[in-house]
Design a protein. Sequence first.
Length: 382
Amino acid sequence: MRPLNPVIAACPPSGIRRFFDIAAEMDDVISLGVGEPDFVTPWRIREAGIYALEHGYTTYTSNAGLPRLRELICDDLATRYGATYDPREECLITTGVSEGLDLVLRVLLEPGDEVIVPEPCYVAYEPCVGFAGGTPVRVPTRWEDDFAIDADVVAAAITPRTKAILIGSPANPTGAVQPRAALDALVRLAREHDLYLVSDEIYDRLTYDGAHTCLGTLAPERTVLLGGFSKAHAMTGWRVGWICAPQAVAELCVRVHQYTMLCAPHVSQLAAVEALSGPDDDVDAMVADYDRRRRVFVKGLREIGLDCPEPGGAFYAFPSIRSSGLDSETFAERLLHAESVAVVPGNVFGPSGEGHIRCSYATALPQLEEALVRIARFLNAG
Ligand code: PLP
C-alpha cells in the first residue's frame, strides 16, 4: 500500500489516553486524570437544548454560527474585558476550541512555517501545528517562575520562518495564569517580528487569585482568540467554541469551516445562547467550588511533601514529584498500580513537564482527600 501521511503517522497517541485505558480496567480508581468538569451542564442550559430539540431546531445554521450567539460572545468579551469584536465579521462558532485551533492553524500556516509553543502545554498544540503543515518550536517555561513565559527565551527561538506564538492561559496542565507583564512582553515581540498570537483562553472564567488578561485587548490586530463553553459552563459534550480574530483571519476560518464542518451543532448553539443569556450564578458557584477544592488539594499536596506551584486558574495542580526520585511516567504508573490513583505524567505536556504530575481537582472533595491519603502512603512506601 502507498504510505500514509507521515506527519500523522509519526504523531504518538495521546499520553493521557494510555493512562485512562489502564485505569478503566481497574476497580476503585480515583481519577485525577480527566481534564473536564465533574459538574453536569446547568439545568437551564440543558432545558434550552431540550426546547430546541422539541421545536425541531435540527438543521444546519449559517456557517459562521447563529448571529445571536456571536453577538452574545462579542458582548460578553466587551463587558468583561473591554475587547471589541464585530460579531458579523470577526467571530465564528466552532465545534469546540479543538476545531478552532485546527482551523486557525490551517489558515495561518504555510508549509514549513514555525509556531513557537511554550511548554508544558495542552497536548493538542504541537500535533495541530504539525497537521497544518507547520513546525512546532518548543520553548521551556519553569515552575520556579510559576511557568511565566520568558520573552527572552521566546525571542531566542524566533527565526525568519516563525509565523505565530501559541499560548494557553490559564493553562492546562499547570494552572498557570500568565502575568500581565509576560503578555505585554510577548505582544512587543510579536509586533517587532510581525507574528500572530494564538491565544487559547478556554479557562478564562476559571481564575481564582486575580483577573484574567484577554490578549485580544492588548494586540487585537494580531491576536486570534479561542474560547468556548466546555469548561466554565460544563458543556464538554455539546461541542461549542468560538474564534474571535481580525476580519481577514476570521473570514478564512469560515471558508475552511464551511467545507469541513459546515456548522457547530444547532441544538448546542442554542444551548450556548442560553448559557450567555442568563445570570452568571451557575458559573460563579462552580468556580467557588473549584476554588475550595484547589485550596484543600494544593495545601494537602504540600503537607505530604510534594512542592506545588500555586495554580491561579483552570482546575489542575502540577506538583513536583522530584523528591520521589522517580520520573513522571514511572511515578504515575506505580501510583496507579499501588494505590489506584490516576494522574497524568507531566512529560506528556512537553519536556519541561518532566518531574511533575498533572492532577485535576475537578473531582469531589472527599475523593481528593482520599487521593491525598493514598499518594502520601505511596510516597512513604517508596
Ligand atoms: N484547550 C485547552 C487548553 C484544553 O484543556 C481543552 C480541553 O481539555 C481544549 C482546548 C479543548 O476544548 P473543547 O472542548 O472546546 O474542544
